[in-house]
Write a protein that binds this ligand. Sequence first.
Ligand code: NDP
Ligand code: 2IT
Length: 451
Amino acid sequence: MAISDHVDFDKFLTGLKRRNPGQPEFVQAVREVAQDVFDFISDKEEYHAAQILRRIAEPDRVISFRVCWEDDNHNIRVQRGWRVQNNNAIGPYKGGLRFHPSVTESILKFLAFEQTFKNSLTGLPMGGGKGGANFNPKGKSDAEIMRFCQSFMTELYRHVGPDIDVPAGDIGVGAKEIGYMFGQYKRITGRWEGVLTGKGREYGGSLLRPEATGYGAVYFLENMLKTRGDSVEGKTVLVSGSGNVATHAAEKAVQMGGKVLTLSDSSGFVHDPDGFGQDKIDWVKDLKVNRRGRISEYCREFSKAQFFEKQKPWKVAADIALPCATQNEIDAKDGNILVGNGIMAVSEGANMPSSLEAIEAFQESGVLYGPGKASNAGGVAVSGLEMSQNSERQSWDSDRLNVTLENIMVDIHERCIEYGKLTDGSINYVKGANVAGFKKVADAMLAYGVV
Ligand code: NDP
Ligand code: 2IT
């Protein structure tokens, strides 16, 4: 950046913080993108004149609402729900719903902002949005979850629609919750339409959607390794999380010849020195989805494994890290530990799992680093394909979907190279993803004028 651009960037950052007090995650996400975009637009007056970056960093709207529900003991409970509609320049708002007690407006704004660039990178016509509630599904009965989902949709339905805004799952929202919400939408509106993705197979869901985020993150990893003449085959892999993204990332890493050493949840991590093979991954899926158990229970079933309470997996020596749990789960210290242990590549299944300091540590030491908005875009990409299937009243077979997902991840990787190749030949995937994602949205916004 030239000195005058630094001054502009500092001014932008000061304004951003002033306009979004108490929203550190949102500021972190915008800051990371803005650095690269400032560089890219330094000689492109039209983007400055139209204030494109300033406009993308201001959500189109943030809808906040009360969600009341009755628990099994007949207590009335009150939660807060949100839908952040960030930008619909290139398609209907699209992005997941998160149910977790840590959910705040800042977290949903950061996720909706990231989603805008991620969705642009997929090449499909989808804008960016995100929503959720500070509801804790842990320990709730099915009936409680159903009542909460119905109450949530009773407000949300008026803001969404197949050509307006199409939510999906995220942390705490899987096929079961999507089913309850889709049922309520249909009941209120009387319409069967593709208003949510991640639906069950019986009612318009796409094959491969459950697997797509984790599989896509490993395809992206394979593409990064290929630039160095290498592959996943024979590599040791650390995976964090044990939910949808983590278990499918682990599954694909194993299918491609990797050895997965860890899985985790919010209570700690499990190290299995023999590796998590498919049978063990299936056991974890059943534990987490059907029995709603804790990852520590794994060690009772598989005695060679060890549970490390309240710790993260990053201190285990390995070749590859796949963070698939949550934001900022790799802080500066974790990043340095990974680098110190000689990690070769990091491909993010989660959204913004690495802090800015950790990203710097990866980049300075030549680690192949795939930021979530590129590497985990496979999930929303197959959501986009679910929307297409719903619109044409067809179901695609798994071969077609698999090939399309693999091709989309190759294309995203190529776009990162196009905009992120540095003069020394190395690839800055963060810059590539930010600039490529930005350009498509920005050009659409330019075409519309000031709206
Ligand atoms: P799930 O709810 O299926 O699983 C979440 C996993 O992460 C669980 O193991 C959970 O542990 C763990 N986790 C959640 N919060 C924390 C925390 N604060 N600290 C430590 N561990 C935590 O969610 P997904 O697998 O769908 O989502 C995981 C990540 O992937 C998120 O960042 C999400 O935004 C991102 N993502 C998801 C996509 C999707 O298609 N689902 C698409 C793209 C990105 P516990 O059981 O203890 O809560
Ligand atoms: O972060 C994400 O990309 C998701 N949670 C999936 C969004 C979607 O619409 O499938």
